[in-house]
Design a protein around this ligand. Structure first.
Ligand code: ADP
Length: 181
């Protein structure tokens, strides 16, 4: 399993993968954070295609082309806004990862990169969110042949540390180990 999951630090708009995932909002018409960065790098063709999609409910995902991005496609998913954790946020966040991976698998996409959905402007605590991201992806990959590589792209060194710790815990069956760099 763990050779199908990679954790890196960087800017997701630079990755030449089959699909990068966008942490979008329900309008799919652009926003701040990673959404703004993806639209800037993709150019106006992306917004033009997004306008035709009619938005996207929280927890679901929609696919577009990648335009001027090195990535071939963009999977737009809408994460939950953090409201304290008792408003269905964990299920909705897991659904974002599952829906995005299902779209990728359905299109036969082999390489997919995710940002840390909901943990920026939407306020989801990174330590909780990254465990949902990793567990949901691991469960999906156990039952599908595509994608064959899922990369989690952390924007900050702190987020990278959180992901590495959570990945080490998961690989070691829940033991709290310090991650090997
Ligand atoms: P949300 O509204 O879902 O919280 P944000 O875009 O505000 O979305 O933040 C999601 C995550 O994306 C945050 O961890 C933020 O640091 C990160 N991020 C912002 N820009 C980029 C980028 N260019 N590449 C990868 N991650 C990014």
């Amino acid at each position: 399993m763990h050779d199908q999951i990679a954790v890196v630090q960087g800017d997701i708009t630079t990755l030449a993968v089959d699909a990068i995932v966008n942490a979008a909002n329900e309008s799919l018409l652009g926003g701040g954070g990673v959404d703004g960065a993806i639209h800037r790098a993709a150019g106006p063709g992306l917004l033009a295609e997004c306008r035709k999609l009619g938005g996207c409910p929280t927890g679901q995902a929609k696919l577009t082309r990648g335009y001027q991005l090195p990535a071939k496609h963009v999977i737009h998913t809408v994460g939950p806004v953090w409201r304290g954790g008792a408003a269905g946020e964990p299920d909705l966040l897991a659904s974002c990862y599952r829906s995005s991976l299902q779209l990728a698998a359905g299109k036969g996409l082999a390489t997919v990169a995710f940002p840390s959905i909901s943990t920026g402007i939407y306020g989801y605590p990174i330590a909780l969110a990254c465990r949902i991201a990793l567990r949901t992806t691991k469960a999906f990959l156990e039952h599908h042949t595509q994608p064959r590589l899922v990369t989690f792209v952390c924007f900050t060194a702190h987020d990278l540390d959180e992901y590495k710790l959570a990945l080490a815990e998961m690989v070691n069956g829940g033991a709290r180990l310090h991650p090997v760099v």
